[in-house]
Ligand binder design. Structure first.
Ligand SMILES: [Zn+2]
Length: 302
C-alpha cells in the first residue's frame, strides 16, 4: 500500500460479463482491485447502481485522496461528452456515463472505449511502455483495435478510429454484424476460433481447439494455421496503413499465444519483407483498469 499522502485514481473497466475496478497510483500500481458481475438484465439503472456501488467500495477502501475516475466501456464512446453512443452488448446506449458517475463523488470523470483504454494501459506500464506510436489489436470475442500516436489515442471523427476488426480481409466472405462481409473479425476472433472448433466437433470450443493444436492434433493445427495466416494479413495491412513503431496484440485469445505466436512471426516473415515489431500484450485483463486510470492522470497533469 502506498503512503496515505499519495493521491490515487479509480479506474473502471466495463465489460459484457464483469465490471472491474481498481485504485491506481500515479506510478501505475494497482493498489486495490474489485470485480462485480455486469448486471445486464437490470438495464441502465441497474448498471449505474452497480457502478456507484463499486466506486463507493473502492473509495472507502483507500485512505488516499482520489483525484478522479476513469472509465473504459465496451461500445462506441464520445470521449468529449463522456457518453456511450452505441453499445451492442450493454444496456448503456445513449447513457451520459461521465455525468452519472460525477454525481456520486463530485470528482472529474473521463470515459473512453474499452479497447482504447486497454491500449493506454499497455502504453503506460505494459508491452508498449515508452512507445509514442503503436497499434493495438485486441483478439477477444470480436476484434477491437486502437491507434496510439504521439502519446495519444486517435479517436477519428466519430470515435471509430482503429476498428481493425472490420478491415475487409475476404471480399464477399462471411457476413459481419457491422453490415459488411469478410471482415477480419470473422476469421481471427475468439468467436471465429469457436466456429472452427465446432466444425471439427460440435462439442468443442475455441479453448479446446487451441489445446488440441498445442498437443499436435492435425485438424486443430490446420484450423489454427488459417487463423494465423488471416491474422498475419491483417497485421501487415495495419502496418502498411499506419507505420507504427510496433503492433501489440492483446485480448483474451493472447492467453493461448504459446500455441500460435511463433507461427505468426514466421508467417509475417513469409508474406512481407517489412520489419514489423510485434509484441504480445503484458497486462492481461488488468489493462483496462490501468488504462482507465491513466485517462485521468493524463488530463489532470499532476
Ligand atoms: Zn465487420
Amino acid at each position: 500500500m502506498k503512503s496515505e499522502h499519495t493521491s490515487v485514481v479509480i479506474g473502471i473497466d466495463i465489460g459484457g460479463t464483469e465490471i472491474k475496478g481498481g485504485v491506481v497510483s500515479s506510478e501505475g500500481l494497482l493498489l486495490i482491485e474489485r470485480r462485480v458481475r455486469t448486471p445486464i438484465e437490470e438495464g441502465e439503472i441497474g448498471m449505474i447502481q452497480a457502478l456507484h456501488r463499486l466506486i463507493s467500495e473502492l473509495s472507502v477502501q483507500t485512505n488516499c485522496p482520489i483525484l478522479g475516475i476513469g472509465i473504459g466501456s465496451a461500445g462506441r464512446i464520445d470521449s468529449k461528452l463522456g457518453k456511450v453512443i452505441n453499445a451492442t452488448n450493454l444496456p448503456l446506449t445513449g447513457t451520459m456515463l461521465a455525468d452519472e458517475v460525477t454525481e456520486l463523488l463530485s470528482l472529474p470523470v473521463y470515459v473512453d472505449n474499452d479497447v482504447n483504454v486497454a491500449a493506454l494501459g499497455e502504453a503506460w506500464v505494459g508491452a508498449a511502455q515508452n512507445n509514442d506510436s503503436f497499434a493495438f489489436v485486441a483478439l477477444g470475442t470480436g476484434v477491437g483495435g486502437a491507434l496510439f500516436s504521439d502519446g495519444h489515442i486517435l479517436q477519428g471523427v466519430s470515435g471509430g478510429a482503429g476498428e481493425f476488426g472490420h478491415l475487409i480481409l475476404k471480399p464477399g466472405g462471411l457476413a459481419c454484424n457491422c453490415g459488411q462481409h469478410g471482415c477480419l473479425e470473422q476469421y481471427v476472433s475468439g468467436s471465429a476460433l469457436q466456429r472452427m472448433a465446432r466444425k471439427i466437433d460440435p462439442n468443442y470450443d475455441g479453448h479446446m481447439l487451441l489445446k488440441l493444436a498445442g498437443q499436435g492434433d492435425l485438424q486443430a493445427n490446420k484450423a489454427v494455421d488459417h487463423f494465423v495466416i488471416d491474422l498475419a494479413y491483417g497485421i501487415v495491412t495495419i502496418h502498411n496503413v499506419f507505420d507504427p513503431g510496433m503492433i501489440v496484440v492483446g485480448g483474451g485469445v493472447i492467453t493461448s499465444s504459446e500455441v500460435w505466436w511463433s507461427k505468426l512471426l514466421e508467417t509475417l516473415n513469409d508474406i512481407s519483407p517489412k520489419s514489423i515489431t510485434l509484441k504480445p500484450a503484458l497486462l492481461g485483463n488488468r489493462a483496462g483498469i490501468l488504462g482507465a486510470a491513466k485517462l485521468v492522470y493524463d488530463r489532470i497533469n499532476i
